[in-house]
Design a protein around this ligand. Structure first.
Ligand SMILES: *[C@@H]1O[C@H](CO)[C@@H](O)[C@H](O)[C@H]1NC(C)=O
Ligand SMILES: *[C@@H]1O[C@H](CO)[C@@H](O)[C@H](O)[C@H]1NC(C)=O
Ligand SMILES: *[C@@H]1O[C@H](CO)[C@@H](O)[C@H](O)[C@H]1NC(C)=O
Ligand SMILES: *[C@@H]1O[C@H](CO)[C@@H](O)[C@H](O)[C@H]1NC(C)=O
Ligand SMILES: *[C@@H]1O[C@H](CO)[C@@H](O)[C@H](O)[C@H]1NC(C)=O
Ligand SMILES: *[C@@H]1O[C@H](CO)[C@@H](O)[C@H](O)[C@H]1NC(C)=O
Ligand SMILES: *[C@@H]1O[C@H](CO)[C@@H](O)[C@H](O)[C@H]1NC(C)=O
Ligand SMILES: *[C@@H]1O[C@H](CO)[C@@H](O)[C@H](O)[C@H]1NC(C)=O
Ligand SMILES: *[C@@H]1O[C@H](CO)[C@@H](O)[C@H](O)[C@H]1NC(C)=O
Length: 287
């Protein structure tokens, strides 16, 4: 019952699924008219990007015994032109689709048809005079401005693929990447811009009065789901001073230590090198 209805609806091959769908006309027209018809009824005259799409299109075209020819979206400007898809939408041309002996060198054939017969030429292409009458093969695009929330939409056979912008995920890029929940520091507080912990949220830490912050006060949720920095600590002035003093003492100690070691090393190196340099001055330049 359902199928009869679909068949009665005629030329439309519309699938219920999302995606770049292929369609055809039931009457013949020249290439220019075919493109206009496709643009009016669907999106444009068909474009295929690989053998798989070519095969899929052919499977959707009505097999005809007489004149099984459908215009497709490739043309060239003149006899010296290169075959180009409408709107430069594909680079797939030169691999296998031409029928044997095609494209011909006939200078008046600037448009391309595809064969939808049952013979060995099924799915192959032929260059033809653009003013001849053929059936139209069209596609209908599914991508629109809202298809892929925060991402780029790509048409694939009978479906779309979303390529998400950094910080978003999901098959339609509808979800912001989340960062792990944060907790407030001891003797301090936390407030986040979005009220949640998603990409681009900024959280600000504060220390209660009488406490000093050790670390950065703001963190941002990055595109990979990680916070830009660790949680700071709130230290009492006493602790802070001790820490600063400790740090100072430590760094002074380290500095002395470092200088002393460097000095020793240099001395040692000098001792090792001297005899070598005397023996062969050129070896160092080579090494
Ligand atoms: C379309 O693609 C989505 C995501 O890849 C998938 O979940 C869905 O099943 C596909 N739909 C069809 C009809 O193939
Ligand atoms: C195409 O190339 C041929 C040979 O170089 C030249 O004679 C002819 O004028 C060219 N045609 C066009 C339309 O440029
Ligand atoms: C189509 O793409 C080719 C190669 O990328 C480029 O040279 C050409 O200018 C483009 N044509 C149009 C009309 O955008
Ligand atoms: C070239 O095309 C013209 C017009 O379509 C046709 O009459 C002629 O036979 C063709 N020549 C060849 C060699 O295919
Ligand atoms: C296609 O047909 C239309 C309407 O008959 C005509 O105006 C146009 O010149 C034709 N184009 C070609 C390339 O033959
Ligand atoms: C945009 O495309 C999506 C599927 O990709 C569809 O669900 C939605 O209805 C479309 N919106 C408009 C305004 O066409
Ligand atoms: C600071 O935090 C510690 C640990 O949570 C707590 O024991 C202490 O009472 C706090 N001090 C003040 C002044 O709130
Ligand atoms: C969570 O964050 C997203 C993205 O920043 C925002 O659109 C949404 O309103 C937030 N949800 C709540 C409950 O605050
Ligand atoms: C992230 O935040 C910055 C600064 O507030 C803003 O310019 C940018 O548009 C935001 N990006 C997204 C994807 O929301």
């Amino acid at each position: 019952m359902k199928w009869t209805l679909i068949l009665l609806l005629g030329s439309s091959l519309a699938e219920t699924a999302l995606g770049w769908t292929f369609h055809r006309s039931e009457y013949k027209m020249n290439w220019t008219q075919a493109r206009q018809w496709c643009q009016k009824e669907y999106t444009d005259i068909v474009v295929m990007r690989d053998q798989k799409e070519n095969d899929h299109l052919v499977s959707k075209l009505k097999v005809r015994n007489r004149s099984p020819y459908y215009w497709i979206g490739i043309t060239k400007k003149d006899e010296n032109g290169t075959w180009t898809w409408i709107k430069n939408m594909s680079t797939w041309i030169s691999e296998h689709p031409w029928a044997v002996g095609e494209p011909s060198k006939n200078s008046t054939d600037f448009c391309v048809e595809i064969y939808a017969n049952t013979g060995s030429n099924r799915g192959k292409w032929n260059d033809e005079d653009c003013s001849n009458s053929k059936f139209a093969a069209c596609y209908k695009a599914q991508c629109n401005a809202t298809s892929c929330g925060q991402g780029r939409c790509q048409e694939i056979i009978e479906n779309i693929t979303c390529h998400c912008d950094p910080g978003f995920k999901g098959d339609r890029c509808q979800t912001a990447v989340g960062c792990p929940p944060l907790s407030q520091p001891d003797n301090g507080s936390l407030s986040c811009s979005e009220g949640n912990y998603t990409f681009n949220s900024t959280c600000r830490y504060k220390c209660h009065s009488g406490f000093l912050m050790i670390g950065l006060s703001t963190v941002t949720c990055g595109a990979k789901g990680a916070w830009s920095g660790p949680r700071p600590a709130c230290a009492s002035y006493k602790q802070a001073l001790a820490a600063i003093a400790g740090c100072g003492a430590l760094s002074a100690f380290c500095c002395i230590c470092f200088c002393w070691m460097k000095h020793k090393k240099r001395k040692k190196l000098a001792q090792v090198r001297e005899p070598e340099e005397v023996r062969s001055p050129s070896s160092e330049a080579q090494g």
